[in-house]
Design a protein around this ligand. Sequence first.
Ligand code: SAH
Length: 358
Amino acid sequence: MKLNIKDLSLNEFAAHLARHREPAYRARQVWQWLFQKGANSFAEMTNLPAPFRSRLDGEFAISRLAVTRRAESRDGTVKFLFSLPDGKTIESVLIPETKRLTLCISTQAGCAFGCAFCATALLGLRRNLTSGEIVEQVLETSRTLPADTRITNVVLMGMGEPLANYAQTVKALEIMTDTTWGIGISPRRITLSTVGLVPQIRKLMDETNVNLAISLHAPTDELRARLMPVNRKYGLKELMDCCRALPIPRRKRITFEYVLLRGVNDSVACAQALCDLLRGVRCKINVIPFNPHPGSRFQRPTDESIAAFQQTLYQRGVQVNVRRPRGDDIAAACGQLQGEQQGARHVRRTMAAEAGGL
Ligand code: SAH
């Protein structure tokens, strides 16, 4: 099979051209065609010499994701189910708001981290996405938009753990943010969400300018480890020490995500403990009421407990947002992405594990 040209970085492609004695500026030209003009064939690249185009055509494929299903919610949210060349599936979600159009993208097919409340966790890790497959979610969903509409924001909050697929994710971020040959979305408008892989968080903050979101979900190690097995590797002290030491610019804050689960982590006492934990960290908190999905025994919190939780944080001076569910009628809300329908066997197994753990 031919290599997908979109899986190369600009430098890798430039090195390839140098080996074939092609002028270096050709790399940028090809990259502009691929990522700014969304070309799907080398034949379209009309400012390049024909022999060069046909040589590229012999060497590389320009792979695309296939849209297998597209579902539109009554609130305007659109969920795309994409098939990868090997038949595995991933999801992306377009979320229109008044002043922006946000795309939520996946970085892995499935996920290995096993968070107790998350639908993607039921799949286990299928495989990492290549950088081309990560970027292609932006290109392919853009193709469905009217000519005057652009994706303004990207969140890496779909399926998978972006920092467990670090190299491909950072390569994709470079393509998404470059303004001379790439898609040209400002890193200030991109947010990466992680379960909290401490060494990779430090590296990411060194190497990129994207916004950081950390899934916290509990104020104590005991509770967090039950909800998020990763806490046994990187506990709260290590995670908070890392956050306090990050070189976050003055006007920026770390976002902490906190999924509210009824009767599990939604008490006022939890909210108070959360404030204590976050003391001295420049942050804001996104409270996400649990979005139910088949196969989970957790429940959405009551409106009263959401309000009390929010109020407690607010009174302690913590910046807090409660996220409205978007696209929940098409299973596109946070944590509902699951790629393909699950076999009942897997769901039962996970439910049994949850029941034992909580
Ligand atoms: N692996 C990354 C990014 C993917 S999940 C991470 O964990 O941060 C994006 C967010 O959705 C995470 O905060 C996750 O905890 C949350 N989430 C997962 N399942 C959910 C559900 N059923 N309801 C609400 N939020 C959920």
